[in-house]
Design a protein around this ligand. Structure first.
Ligand code: FES
Length: 105
């Protein structure tokens, strides 16, 4: 299982096993310090917001327009490397990716 490096809202980094083929959101919502993911991955809540480490951004497929629009509309903390983790699929090629959980909205 590929590892994700997850920085929680207190700035602490954790190594977390993720499942390839699942959305990153599905791993993060299982964590005590994880995300709410209220809409369950329907790209309508933005409570799965993460920041992807800049070094990993080029390895990800770009965000689709609905993801970009939701981040712009619903997140006060939208940043250059912001993604909705329900729209990012974990793959073995992403092993070691570092993501930071965005502040609560
Ligand atoms: S879980 Fe709601 S937008 Fe990702």
């Amino acid at each position: 299982m590929p590892l994700l490096k997850v920085v929680d809202r207190d700035g602490k980094e954790h190594d977390v096993e993720a499942k390839a083929g699942l959305k990153v959101m599905e791993t993060l919502r299982e964590l005590d310090y994880g995300i709410a993911a209220i809409c369950g991955g329907m790209c309508s809540c933005a409570t799965c917001h993460i920041y992807v480490d800049p070094a990993w951004v080029p390895k990800l497929p770009p965000a689709m327009s609905d993801e970009r629009e939701l981040l712009a509309e619903l997140s006060y903390h939208n940043g250059e490397t912001s993604r909705l983790s329900c729209q990012v699929e974990m793959t073995n090629d992403l092993a070691g990716m570092r993501v930071t959980i965005a502040p609560d909205e």
